[in-house]
Ligand binder design. Structure first.
Ligand code: UT7
Length: 352
């Protein structure tokens, strides 16, 4: 069987830098609070009209494809992970296929939020290992800045998120080289018990099957019939909602668990790890995981300080930056790990 290698990697972040202090004009917050609780100093926001999740994905993909030494026409499958798609449907995969003038290949959208990229990588890995595809483009991209509650009501969520995109081209390794490089294993998990703890409730087809109190002052005509209403907007249900402390508590358990699962599956130890790339949810979460696994500062890569939480884009952006800075070299053991809404969590262990 083939192994899957990352043949090219790219990232794109919009040029517009938004500092913590810039957010003060919208909400009651402070640079001190944001830095102390999350580590974030600034984030990037996409151009309001000219950039979308798909266009940013295209920019990252162009770089990944060029670095892989191929052309967009060589790509034989697309997997696009995002929670902030250009349209409710169709997904961003086809928009990227159109923009890059690719062949009439398959395009799959993955909706696993913060774990989206690692899930997408795992799906791609199966297709490559079985020999079905030879050049898969995996993209993680988000335009959060268009869908956040910028009033004080939404400050616990809106200060965290930023925009950007990352992409990789995956190819089969040449088994004859015997270098042992490529994806060693991937590990996917979910627990839907707390699905509403970190969620955007509307628009959706759930009506009032859960949390009916949220709909208490809707009249009968609205309940169950209204896909979208002014009341939903007034109640901030069209924005992401999060019980931050509950997510934090679960994340600091599941991150170490899924990293250790990946290492154990390959008979490896934390000391074998050259670099851990955790999803950039909160610097405090990454620091907790680092401490728990007794990893050195050099073994963990964080860039949430500059970009905030870019959800499905955070892992490929961080991996790309780490690689560009020479922190990942041939033969290095790298672990990608993510946790987020769903809850879903996942890891991938790879030999660079
Ligand atoms: O990537 C997706 C997965 N998401 C995560 O992993 C996020 C995990 N959770 C977190 O990162 C943290 O829970 C947050 C950063 C979201 C919040 O930090 P926290 O230390 O858990 O704060 P909290 O929600 O418990 O709120 C503490 C206080 C509250 O005020 P009171 O009730 O104590 O008076 C909040 O209203 O901080 C207040 N607060 C803020 N104050 C200033 C919440 N957001 C802000 C803000 N600026 N932006």
């Amino acid at each position: 069987m083939f192994r899957t290698k990352i043949a090219g990697i790219g990232m794109y972040v919009p040029p517009r830098v938004v500092t913590n202090n810039d957010l003060l004009k919208y909400m009651d917050t402070s640079d001190e609070w944001i830095q102390e609780r999350t580590g974030i100093k600034e984030r990037r926001y996409a151009h309001r009209t000219e950039e979308t999740t798909a266009t940013m994905g295209v920019e990252a993909a162009k770089i990944a494809i060029e670095r892989a030494g191929i052309t967009p026409q060589d790509i034989d499958f697309i997997i696009f992970a995002t929670l902030s798609p250009d349209y409710y449907f169709p997904g961003c995969g086809v928009l990227l296929q159109r923009a890059m003038k690719m062949k009439e290949i398959g395009a799959l959208d993955v909706r696993n939020q913060c774990s989206g990229f690692v899930y997408a990588l795992s799906v791609a890995d199966q297709f490559i290992k079985t020999g079905m595809y030879k050049n898969i483009l995996v993209v993680g991209a988000e335009k959060h800045s268009f869908g956040l509650d910028f009033s004080t009501r939404g400050r616990n969520v809106s200060v965290i998120f930023g925009d950007g995109a990352g992409a990789v081209v995956l190819q089969p390794t040449d088994p004859s080289t015997g270098s042992g490089s490529g994806i060693l294993s991937t590990h996917l998990h979910s627990d839907g018990e707390s699905a509403e703890i970190l969620a955007m409730y509307n628009p959706g087809t759930h009506a009032n099957h859960w949390m009916p109190e949220k709909y208490a002052d809707f009249d009968e005509a609205e309940i169950g019939q209204m896909f979208f209403s002014h009341a939903m907007i007034d109640k901030a249900q069209v924005f992401p909602n999060m019980d931050g402390p509950a997510v934090f508590k679960k994340a600091i358990v599941k991150f170490p668990e899924v990293i250790m699962e990946a290492l154990a599956a390959n008979g490896l130890q934390t000391t074998d790890l050259r670099l851990l790339i955790p999803h950039q949810a909160n610097l405090r979460i990454a620091q907790f995981v680092q401490q728990k696994l007794k990893l050195s500062d050099e073994q963990v890569y964080n860039n949430i300080q500059q970009y905030g939480n870019t959800t499905a884009a955070s892992v490929p952006i961080a991996l790309c930056e780490a690689w560009e800075q020479g922190k990942v070299k041939d033969g290095d053991l790298v672990c990608l790990a993510a946790f987020g809404s769903g809850f879903t969590w996942a890891s991938a262990l790879l030999r660079w």
